[in-house]
Design a protein around this ligand. Structure first.
Ligand code: 6PG
Length: 246
């Protein structure tokens, strides 16, 4: 049952490059609105492969259109590895984006994947509370992906994290990856002004079908728990990822 009032939009693009350009345009527009309204732009970024092109575009073609000094970067999730590890989401965003733009180091708020997971989750929650105040964080923009198994951020199907109603950040153990991760909870994500899912490739089509199926169980399709309380939810998808695309 969907109770939140929000706008949901689905846009389909011919290929990942066009889709990534679209998201870059949305980020620029949101950054301009947020800095005009509140003097700063708070964006939470995901890891994985899908957003690499997007981050590179922000570092090049779109670089001059973002007020980097007023931009604060957060992560939606992190693998529990050191920041220079090849699997680190921080490292991926740093290499594709942050190393190439004039963002003040104090505006980069990474999750500390090298620490004991539970402690790192609690520290990130206090960092969010310091930045946003005691209310749930109101990110200007949250960029999310979706795995072929339907997970988003590190909210995996059947995970206890899906039931978390109080905390903003939790540590999870992902059995099939045999790995610990840190993730924002739906509570932390759903207060955002704009949330964008970026989904590419045929291997995501079945998960997308389940995500869009009104009758599917959110425990199987955690993206269904992402419902902004007062904001916009947008799916930017390439044609290959669309269900029934032959
Ligand atoms: C991560 C992510 C995760 C990601 C999906 C999709 O740390 O892996 O933040 O939620 O968005 O797994 O990943 P791909 O883009 O690699 O398919």
């Amino acid at each position: 049952m969907r109770s939140a009032i929000f706008t949901e939009v689905i846009e389909v693009y011919e290929d990942p490059d066009r889709a990534s350009h679209r998201v870059a345009e949305l980020i620029v527009a949101t950054a301009q609105q947020a800095t005009a309204a509140r003097g700063r732009f708070d964006i939470a970024l995901s890891g994985g492969e899908t957003p690499r092109t997007l981050y590179s575009l922000l570092a090049t073609e779109f670089r001059a259109r973002i007020p980097w000094h007023k931009t604060h970067v957060f992560w939606v999730d992190e693998r529990c590895v050191p920041p220079d590890h090849v699997e680190s989401n921080y490292r991926m965003v740093r290499e594709t984006l942050l190393d190439h733009v004039p963002i003040p180091p104090a505006n980069i708020h990474r999750m500390r994947g090298e620490e004991e997971p539970e402690r790192a989750a609690r520290e990130y929650e206090s960092l969010l509370r310091d930045h946003f105040g005691d209310a749930a964080p109101r990110f200007s923009f949250v960029s999310l992906g979706m795995g072929a198994d339907g997970h988003t951020a590190s909210l995996f199907p059947e995970s206890p994290a899906l039931d978390e109603k109080e905390r903003l950040v939790v540590a999870v153990y992902v059995e099939k990856l045999r790995a610990h991760r840190l993730t924002l909870t739906p509570k932390a994500i759903n207060s955002a002004a704009r949330i964008v899912f970026l989904v590419f490739g045929r291997e995501k089509a079945e998960a997308l079908r389940i995500a869009f199926d009104e009758t599917s169980d959110p425990r199987r399709a955690p993206t269904k728990l992402i419902r902004p309380h007062a904001g916009e939810l947008r799916w930017i998808v390439d044609r290959a990822a669309m269900p029934n695309n032959s």
